[in-house]
Design a protein around this ligand. Structure first.
Ligand code: GDP
Length: 337
């Protein structure tokens, strides 16, 4: 008979024991340093760091789950950082502890970044009760997203009760962020055509709430965009039956920020009461596990000596049209030990 899988956490190295203690300890400079250090450990690609990060996450797990996880997406220039700064300041002013993380596909592709420049959210970034971390660079989008997912848990262990994950409206990053947050917020501009673009990309289907930003610039256009988006949302996706709210916002003047937060909290409470919040998180956790299994299998496949031995030759045959891709895949998979 097979033994049941172990749920015992792996032992922590002494230095990581200190890290854990600092993370779970009182807020302040020591905790902030520990938070930054723990996330750096998580982001490392070195295998021994991975082992340590896994053990640390295991040890922190009982202390996670306590935050409202908020995803925010929108094209560059829509006003994400202006909004996050305004919302963040509103929240720390009300006694919350806010963490801001980012998933930036441009940082995975080129090492450059759309979200990562340091001048963003200047006031929030210096606030004691806020922690801001730019997107990890390098690696695949999947890898970047996975690290952000783990960073959420570390922030929660350090008792940040609102974790904001920001992403840009390009590529597949929205799906990744919607898959790790409780509420996914899409920011739009009041100009016509924008809504249709978003629908094409399937991003609207992911939205739990839509904000029409820069409402201060043109009130009429904002009202029109709100109506268009509301009717478009009615025909879409898993939320088609539920009313996805479309709200006007001016991140610059702060108008609509408090209303947004009130609505987000209400929605969160309702979902908590109905059990759908936990269901969503459980689904996300299982999907995360499978993503890791698939990534692990791919890595093992590529590292397998028996596969490596014939891979170049079989690839050449496939590229030359002399071997069917499906046959090639089967042959390679059969060689994997
Ligand atoms: P991001 O790329 O989505 O993070 O966008 P930013 O927050 O950097 O904003 C892009 C530009 O739009 C900046 O110049 C902001 O000052 C401006 N902006 C952001 N929100 C508003 C708003 O509500 N009204 C107006 N008029 N400008 C805004």
């Amino acid at each position: 008979m097979q033994a049941a899988p172990s749920t015992e956490p792996a032992p922590l190295a002494p230095e990581d024991e200190a890290l854990r203690a600092a993370l779970l300890g009182p807020p302040g400079a020591r905790q902030r340093r520990a938070l930054a250090k723990a996330i750096t450990l998580i982001e490392s690609t070195r295998p021994e760091h991975r082992t340590r990060a896994d053990a640390l996450l295991d040890a922190l797990l009982p202390h996670t789950g306590g935050a409202l996880r908020l995803g925010i997406s929108g094209v560059p220039g829509v006003g994400k950082s202006t909004f996050i700064e305004a919302l963040g300041l509103h929240l720390v002013g009300a006694g919350h502890r806010v963490a801001v993380l980012a998933v930036d596909p441009s940082s995975s592709l080129s090492g450059g970044s759309i979200l990562g420049d340091k001048t963003r959210m200047e006031r929030l970034s210096t606030h004691e009760q806020a922690f801001i971390r730019p997107s990890p660079s390098g690696g695949t989008l999947g890898g970047v997203a996975e690290k952000t997912r783990e960073a959420i848990l570390v922030c929660e262990a350090a008792r940040h009760d609102v974790v904001i994950v920001e992403t840009v409206g390009v590529g597949q990053s929205e799906t990744a962020v919607a898959g790790m947050t409780d509420l996914f917020v899409l920011m739009q501009l009041p100009n016509a055509g924008d809504d249709l673009q978003a629908i094409k990309k399937g991003v609207m289907e992911l939205a739990d709430l839509v904000l029409v930003n820069k409402a201060d610039l043109d009130a009429d256009a904002t009202t029109r965009a709100q109506a268009q988006l509301t009717s478009a949302l009615r025909w879409l996706g898993p939320h088609a039956h539920a009313a996805v709210r479309v709200m006007p916002l001016s991140a610059l003047t702060g108008q609509g920020v408090a209303e947004f937060w009130q609505l987000a909290c209400e929605e969160h409470r309702q979902r908590q009461a109905a059990g759908t919040l936990h269901a969503r998180r459980h689904e996300q956790d299982e999907a995360w596990m499978w993503a890791r299994i698939e990534a692990g299998l791919r890595q093992r496949f590529r590292a397998d000596p028996a596969v490596r031995e014939v891979l170049p030759e079989i690839s050449t045959l496939v590229r030359a049209g002399r071997l069917a891709p499906s046959v090639a895949a089967r042959r390679l998979l059969e060689r994997m030990r």
